[in-house]
Design a protein around this ligand. Structure first.
Ligand SMILES: [Zn+2]
Length: 212
């Protein structure tokens, strides 16, 4: 069954689990407000829902999802910055203790950036401009390993994209201030959706290491 009824059945299960079996959970979250300790920036890809991947409960994570799990650089141009607005609220409104960028393998957003850099067609009115923010991820991957291509170039660019988003995070004054005050940590993770492996960026050793 893959109709709207599938979703409505899902909602009925959610209601049974979180309202009938745990009637206090949402009541507390309403009375006391949300107090998530984690903000997550993840890709919109249907395979990498952070609540499922990290097995969290309602109220645990403040999630921002966009094409390629991308944090844009700080820009004050009066335009419409959805991801930046969410990050501002997470840090200044919710005082989250961690911001976690979760990039992933086989990311269509990173792939479309590579295709475009290699002369492919622009995929639409917005995707090309958005993913062009990741151009440097491909350039850095090629600087590390000249001649890289195909899946290997994609995987290397995806990991560099996570690092680029981490760097962009530090261009936001409120992020820099919270990190300097010891109130906020920034994390870069890479989810390999082939084999269910998670890698964490370690800035000290400048490597991703796999979670056991
Ligand atoms: Zn993706």
């Amino acid at each position: 069954m893959s109709s709207i009824e599938t979703l409505l059945n899902g909602f009925r299960k959610f209601r049974e689990l979180y309202y009938e079996k745990s009637p206090g959970l949402y009541r507390d979250l309403i009375h006391h407000g949300q107090n998530p300790r984690f903000a997550v920036v993840a890709c919109s890809d249907s395979r990498v829902d952070p609540a499922i991947v990290l097995q969290t409960e309602p109220g645990d994570i403040f999630a921002v999802r966009n094409v390629a799990a991308l944090v844009p650089p700080f820009e004050q141009d009066g335009l419409y910055h959805g991801t930046s607005a969410a990050l501002e609220f997470a840090v200044r409104g919710l005082h989250v203790e961690h911001i976690i960028i979760i990039g992933h393998a086989h990311c269509g957003g990173v792939d479309s950036m590579i295709q475009q850099q290699e002369g492919g067609e622009d995929l639409g009115m917005f995707i090309g401009a958005w993913t062009s923010l990741l151009r440097e991820a491909r350039e850095r991957a090629l600087a590390d390993s000249p001649g890289l291509k195909g899946d290997a170039l994609l995987a290397a660019s995806e990991r560099h994209a996570v690092r680029l988003s981490l760097e962009n995070l530090t261009t936001f004054p409120f992020v820099r201030e919270a990190v300097a005050a010891g109130k906020l940590s920034l994390q870069g993770w890479y989810l390999n959706i082939f084999d269910g492996a998670l890698e964490i960026w370690d800035p000290e050793s400048a490597t991703f290491s796999q979670v056991s």
